[in-house]
Design a protein around this ligand. Structure first.
Ligand code: MN
Length: 197
């Protein structure tokens, strides 16, 4: 099979109580796994079967007849990236190169945090909020459903999943509380710095 479900970078209870083990049992163990299984079924026996995940996503984007492959493959990529954006006892103000870039772009971390959280709050329905890099500039963006910055010429640095399945068991309808907790307690800034390249 071309597409793999990567291991979580921490135990399922490692992010509790910010994100419970129950949420990760479903979100990683059921939702992410289903995207992997569905994508593999859809590419089986086709010329995409031996391509890398990123190559598959880039080849089918914009092709209405391959929307199912795009949706499942892009969701595999987005979730694999999202898990790495978090760690136990993470969050708060960044360090390293990303701290300087955020200060240059927004003036201070608090303003960045406010705008990133607001991007997540205002993504109507399902989707993702992102910090991305383009031509050396960093900016906040958001995508709907499975859409991913890698097909828009952008380099993802950080993401947060705002599909209801990401937070409903722990926060019900309180998406802003989930986003605030993500910012204050979960972000793995070492991963974000590594993505700056
Ligand atoms: Mn999700």
């Amino acid at each position: 099979m071309a597409i793999q479900l990567p291991d979580l970078p921490y135990a399922k209870d490692a992010l509790a109580p910010v994100i419970s083990s129950n949420t990760l049992e479903f979100h990683y163990g059921k939702h992410h796994r289903a995207y992997v299984d569905n994508a593999n079924k859809l590419i089986a026996g086709t010329d995409l079967a031996n391509e890398s995940l990123e190559a598959i996503i880039r080849k089918v984007t914009g092709d209405a007849s391959k929307m199912g492959i795009f949706n499942n493959a892009a969701q595999v990529w987005n979730h694999s990236f999202y898990w790495q954006c978090m760690k136990p006892n993470g969050g708060g103000a960044p360090t390293g190169a990303i701290a300087d870039k955020i200060k240059a772009a927004w003036g201070n971390f608090e303003k960045f945090a406010e705008e990133f959280i607001n991007a997540g709050i205002t993504q109507f329905g399902s989707g993702w909020a992102w910090l991305v890099s383009a031509n050396g500039q960093i900016k906040i963006t958001k995508t709907s459903n499975a859409d991913t910055p890698i097909v828009h010429g952008l380099i993802p640095l950080l993401t947060v999943d705002v599909w209801e399945h990401a937070y409903y068991l722990d926060y019900q309808n309180r998406r802003p509380d989930y986003l605030t907790a993500f910012m204050e307690k979960l972000i793995n800034w070492d991963f974000v710095n590594a993505n700056l390249g």
